[in-house]
Design a protein around this ligand. Structure first.
Ligand code: ASP
Length: 340
C-alpha cells in the first residue's frame, strides 16, 4: 500500500503531462492548384490578379473550414474543388475551355488514400460540379469511372447532382482562346490541341486539391475542362487514377499539365511510388517526375503533392502554376509564378 500510493500519484502526474503535451491544433494540411501553364506576368491585369488570389483563398478557406472542424480530407478536397469549379477564372466547371465543336466536356476524379476508394467521370456535359459526380460514382456505384452518356444517366439517378445547360460553362475568354487555337491550327495546316503565344497563353487551368485530415488520412480531387480545341471525345489525365489523380495512405498528388504526357508517365502514382518504394522525400519525388520525367517525353505542367507528415511540394516546369497552401503550422499562402 505504501508503494501503491506514490505509484498512483506518479501515474496521475504522467497522465497530466501527456495531456499538456497534446498538440493545441490538429495536424492538418491543404494544398490546391488552379492549373499550370505559361501566364506571363504582364498578361494579367491587377484586377485579374486580385481575382485569382481571391478565388484561391476562398478555396483554401472552404477546405480548411472542413479540416479545422474535424471533417474528413475527402470533404475538404470536395469543398475546395467546388469553389474552384464555380470560379470562372479556372478551367473547370464554369470557365472550362471549349472543345473543337464549341462545347464543353468535363473530366474529374476523387480518391481517398487510406481506403483506396476512387471515383471519376469523363466527358460530362451538364454537370455543374463534376467533382461531386465523381464522388457519387465512388460512393454510390460499384464502378470507378463513368464516361459520357452513361455518366449523365447515372447523374439522372442522383438528385443531389446539379445540372446545367452546356452553355453555362461558356466564358468570353475561353471562346477567344478557342478561336485563336483554331486560327493557328488552320494556319499551320496541322492539328494541335494547344494554344500558343502571349495573347492566348498555353494555359491549362485545371483545378485540384490534396488534404490531410486530423486522423492522418489523405484525399485528392482534380477537375478540368481538358485542353482547348480538344477533339474526338479526348479524355485527359485528370480522371485517370494514377495519371492526374492519386492518393494512398502516405501521399497524395493532383496534376495539371499536358494530359497525354501525364497519362503516359503515370505521373501522380509515380510520385507517390517513389516515396513509398524508394523512400524519396516528397519534394525530391515530385521534383524529379515533374522536372525530369515529364519533360524528357516532351510534356509540361506541374503538380501539387502532400504527404502524411504534412509536407507539401508544388513543382512546375511551365513558367507558372496557380496554387495555394496551408501547412500544419497554420502558415498559408497563394502564388502564381516562381519565387513568390
Ligand atoms: N491536365 C489537363 C488535361 O490534359 C489539362 C490541365 O491541366 O489544365 O486535360
Amino acid at each position: 500500500m505504501r508503494l501503491l500510493i506514490p505509484l498512483l500519484a506518479l501515474a496521475a502526474m504522467s497522465a497530466h503531462v501527456h495531456a499538456a503535451d497534446a498538440p493545441a491544433r490538429p495536424k492538418t494540411a491543404l494544398v490546391i492548384h488552379g492549373g499550370a501553364g505559361f501566364v506571363p506576368k504582364d498578361s494579367i491585369s491587377p484586377q485579374e490578379l486580385k481575382a485569382y488570389h481571391a478565388a484561391l483563398n476562398r478555396a483554401l478557406d472552404a477546405g480548411n473550414a472542413v479540416l479545422q472542424g474535424g471533417g474528413t480530407a475527402l470533404d475538404a478536397v470536395t469543398a475546395a474543388v467546388v469553389v474552384l469549379e464555380d470560379a470562372p477564372q479556372f478551367n473547370a466547371g464554369k470557365g472550362a475551355v471549349f472543345n473543337a465543336k464549341g462545347g464543353h466536356e468535363l473530366d474529374a476524379a476523387i480518391m481517398e488514400g487510406h481506403t483506396r476508394r476512387a471515383g471519376a467521370v469523363a466527358g460530362v456535359t451538364t454537370i455543374k460540379n463534376p467533382v461531386k459526380l465523381a464522388r457519387a460514382v465512388m460512393e454510390h456505384s460499384p464502378h470507378v469511372m463513368m464516361a459520357g452518356a452513361g455518366a449523365e444517366a447515372f447523374a439522372d439517378s442522383r438528385p443531389e447532382i446539379e445540372r446545367v445547360p452546356n452553355t453555362y460553362f461558356d466564358t468570353d475568354k475561353r471562346r477567344q482562346q478557342l478561336e485563336k487555337a483554331q486560327r493557328e491550327e488552320a494556319a499551320k495546316g496541322k492539328r494541335e490541341a494547344r494554344t500558343g503565344d502571349a495573347d492566348a497563353p498555353a494555359y491549362f487551368g485545371t483545378v485540384g486539391a490534396v488534404a490531410l485530415d486530423a486522423r492522418g488520412h489523405i484525399a485528392v480531387a482534380t477537375s478540368t475542362g481538358g485542353m482547348t480545341n480538344k477533339k474526338w471525345g479526348r479524355v485527359g489525365d485528370a480522371p485517370i487514377i494514377g495519371a492526374g489523380t492519386w492518393g494512398d495512405d502516405r501521399c497524395g498528388v493532383s496534376g495539371t499539365g499536358w494530359g497525354e504526357f501525364y497519362i503516359r508517365n503515370a505521373v501522380a502514382h509515380d510520385i507517390c511510388a517513389r516515396v513509398a518504394y524508394r523512400g524519396d522525400s516528397l519534394q525530391a519525388a515530385a521534383d524529379e517526375v515533374i522536372n525530369k520525367v515529364v519533360p524528357a517525353t516532351g510534356g509540361d505542367g506541374g503538380a501539387i503533392a502532400l504527404d502524411r507528415d504534412g509536407n507539401i511540394a508544388m513543382p512546375f516546369n511551365s513558367g507558372s502554376m496557380f496554387r495555394g497552401w496551408i501547412r500544419p503550422d497554420g502558415s498559408r499562402g497563394t502564388a502564381i509564378h516562381e519565387a513568390e
